[in-house]
Design a protein around this ligand. Structure first.
Ligand code: ADP
Length: 409
């Protein structure tokens, strides 16, 4: 009995000692593991350096191996992506200036150093300290203040640049992008000069054809010749109008963006336009009217008269005989509106987005019949932009058309 009891006690003591020893080994292994994980987390090791675990901890060890492998693969993927992105930033021909939430430069890529006058190391300083191009600082400030994309055109030395500020991180940080558009501008200039030279060269012979055709029309001609002379005169006048519109467009474009504007009473300018179109309107038995108060707006008188003339002229041309054409003046929030309202055929809204493009016509045959050049509304749009005004259209088939100029007060 005593022997049996002794054996049990011995057995229990042995088990206790064995399990204490095993716990000690596990604790030691876990300590080594914790140490290795910390080194891994600090980036001092690329893998977990632990020896064979006690049997109970083998599943944990295998799971950790898998985790480390997955993390390693993800990190190497991210590293190669980062390398590619850095390469892209280095190689792009566009200048990039990254500004952090404190408004200080974090990075300037090589293209920015070619395009901009970067002095020394700009890192950690406001852009203007080392890049003396106020437009860059302006777009960065504007896009960080308002959380919008800001843009300026700059001529810097021999280069035409576009400087753009893109808000990052909700407008706290910003990316300055510098585009070199020198060759694009040069090509545009060459195209404009060519068009303007050709138009100039065409003007004189066309004027003389119109003059001679008019003189011929006044002569007593055989009946068979009359339609031919009329056709020559009609087509020569169309050509004349087309060349005039092309010249006007290229003149507005070459003058650049802005036209000198001053505050003007609009009524006398509107009346001038109405008097110009009156003979044609009367020949079509249209009723012309002007409504609204004599408002003032900031306009360039010539440009305003030209734009309004094109709109009223279109209303007269496209409205069937006996129509009503009204110019309506009104003061609105932050500006003045001048609308040309007709009760003509109207324009399907599918055409509205393209209506102000050059040579876009809803009905090309009708436009040619009434002597249209396809450039009238494109000119209106350009003239408005040059006055920092806007033009819009409201129209639907059978409901007439309303073209509205929105002008600054
Ligand atoms: P066009 O010289 O052909 O009149 P525009 O640029 O002035 O060229 O106008 C473009 C097109 O818009 C015209 O061809 C015509 O189809 C349409 N349009 C312009 N104004 C009106 C209007 N008041 N009523 C109906 N259609 C119009």
């Amino acid at each position: 009995m005593n022997f049996a009891l002794g054996a049990v006690v011995l057995c229990l003591a042995g088990t206790l000692a064995w399990s204490t020893w095993q716990r000690h080994l596990a604790r030691q292994w876990l300590d080594r593991l914790a140490h290795s994980v910390r080194r891994y987390a600090r980036g001092e090791d690329r893998r977990l350096a632990v020896d064979v675990p006690p049997p109970d901890l083998v599943p944990l060890s295998l799971a950790l191996d898998d985790l480390v492998k997955a993390l390693g693969e993800e990190a190497s993927g991210m590293r190669s992506e980062l390398r590619l992105e850095q390469e892209m930033v280095r190689q792009t021909p566009n200048g990039l200036v990254l500004v952090d939430a404190e408004g200080r430069v974090r990075m300037v890529n090589p293209a920015a150093r070619v395009l901009l006058p970067v002095r020394g190391d700009p890192t950690g300083r406001p852009p203007i300290d080392t890049i003396p191009l106020s437009e860059l600082q302006d777009v960065i400030d504007e896009c960080r203040e308002k959380n919008v994309i800001a843009e300026r055109s700059v001529v810097y030395g021999p280069r035409d640049l576009v400087v753009r500020g893109l808000p990052l991180d909700g407008g706290r940080a910003a990316l300055g992008v510098v585009l070199d558009i020198t060759t694009v501008r040069a090509a545009e200039r060459a195209r404009r000069d060519f068009v303007s030279n050709v138009s100039h060269e065409l003007r004189t012979p066309i004027t003389s054809i119109v003059g001679f055709a008019e003189a011929l029309g006044d002569e007593p001609l055989p009946d068979s010749s009359k339609p031919m002379v009329d056709a020559i005169l009609r087509n020569a006048r169309r050509l004349h109008a087309l060349v005039d519109d092309v010249l006007h467009l290229s003149r507005i474009e070459s003058r650049g963006e802005d036209l000198a504007c001053d505050t003007q009473a609009l009524r006398p300018l509107v009346d001038e336009v109405m008097e110009r179109v009156r003979p044609r309107a009367e020949s079509l038995r249209h009723a012309l009217a002007v409504e609204g108060p004599d408002v003032e707006a900031s306009v360039n008188a010539d440009a305003f008269v030209h734009a309004l003339n094109n709109l009223v002229d279109n209303a007269v041309k496209y409205t069937p005989e006996g129509g009503h054409i009204t110019v309506r003046l009104s003061a609105v929030n932050n500006g003045v509106e001048v609308s040309v309202v007709d009760d003509g055929p109207g324009i399907d809204p599918v055409h509205h987005p393209r209506l102000f493009e050059r040579f876009y016509r809803v009905d090309p045959g009708r436009s040619r019949d009434v002597g249209g050049t396809g450039l009238g509304l494109a000119l209106v749009k350009h003239l408005c932009h040059a006055m920092r005004a806007e033009v819009g259209v409201r129209s639907a088939p059978g409901e007439g058309s309303t073209f509205t100029l929105r002008l600054r007060p």
